[in-house]
Design a protein around this ligand. Structure first.
Ligand SMILES: [Zn+2]
Length: 172
């Protein structure tokens, strides 16, 4: 019997986490996303806001863009988007616009999350499309990636500040 990989939410979230690690490797906030259609990964991407210097370069936006190119359509009906962090208002809005069927995310974002934390743009029945949500998949891994990243960033800034102070005291 051959080992068949069980492609469940955890499996696809692991792929999104791999994308987030790619972001981390180049100094970007580690957030990754994959787009799945009929058990097949159509697109994968990660946050590139600093690299591209564009506001809209969130992982979800980039993966939706790739999905549009794949299907040659703005409609992504029947697709599931996996993302390591709860979508922000911009991404949640784009997800609704793209008619994505389902969103699976890892960590909650209490400061910007619009899939339940601050508001729930994905399931507001005043819009003409609602999105199924599954949250908390591999949440600890997704959150710890971000926590570690920001901790290291703070330490780096602290160290730079110390170096600068030392330099200044030498010059005096
Ligand atoms: Zn976003």
């Amino acid at each position: 019997m051959t080992d068949k990989i069980i492609k469940n939410d955890q499996y696809y979230m692991q792929l999104a986490i791999q994308e987030a690690r790619k972001a981390e490797a180049i100094g970007e906030v580690p957030i990754g996303a994959v787009l799945v259609y009929q058990d097949e990964v159509i697109a994968s991407s990660f946050n590139l806001r600093e690299t591209l210097e564009t506001t809209a370069s969130h992982a979800e936006m980039l993966v939706i863009d790739k999905g549009n190119q794949h299907f040659k359509s703005w409609r992504l009906e029947g697709c599931t988007l996996y993302v390591t962090l709860e979508p922000c208002p911009m991404c949640a809005g784009t997800i609704v616009q793209s008619r994505i069927q389902r969103v699976v995310f890892g960590a909650l974002d209490p400061k910007a999350g619009c899939a339940g934390s601050l508001m729930n743009l994905l399931q507001d029945d005043r819009f003409n499309h609602q999105v199924e949500i599954t949250s908390g998949v591999e949440a600890e891994v997704c959150a710890s990636l971000l926590q570690t990243f920001f901790k290291q960033l703070r330490e780096k800034k602290k160290l730079l500040k110390q170096l600068k102070t030392r330099e200044e005291s030498i010059q005096e």
